[in-house]
Design a protein around this ligand. Structure first.
Ligand code: FES
Length: 105
């Protein structure tokens, strides 16, 4: 595992999503209401469109605005349609920094 620094922890907030570019890859961090921050590849599994530029998150679900696919913000599971999921990167917090492992996905 090779963790890289994504951002300072204070840039994240519960109920919000934050997009990033890291190592040439799009990353979207979702911090669902009542949950923990999780990092996902910012690419929709439908047709590979950017979720960094085409997504709405309401603290519970993430909607890809290109064609309306819906994902659970807690774990990236597809809700509509089911049977798909966002690619997740391991995320950890250390000394006020958010780190993720791009190699794990
Ligand atoms: S590319 Fe995301 S719903 Fe089609």
């Amino acid at each position: 595992m090779t963790y890289q620094t994504l951002c300072k922890q204070r840039y994240l907030a519960e109920g919000e999503s934050v997009p990033f570019m890291l190592g040439g890859r799009e990353v979207i961090v979702l911090w669902p209401d009542g949950g923990q921050p999780r990092a996902f590849e910012g690419v929709c599994p439908h047709e590979g469109q950017s979720l960094v530029n085409n997504a709405d998150f309401n603290g519970r679900i993430l909607v890809c605005t290109v064609h309306g696919w819906v994902f659970d913000g807690r774990d990236g599971q597809g809700l509509s349609p089911a049977g798909c999921r966002l690619t997740e990167f391991p995320l950890r917090m250390a000394q006020g920094l958010v780190e993720i492992d791009l190699d794990a996905a």
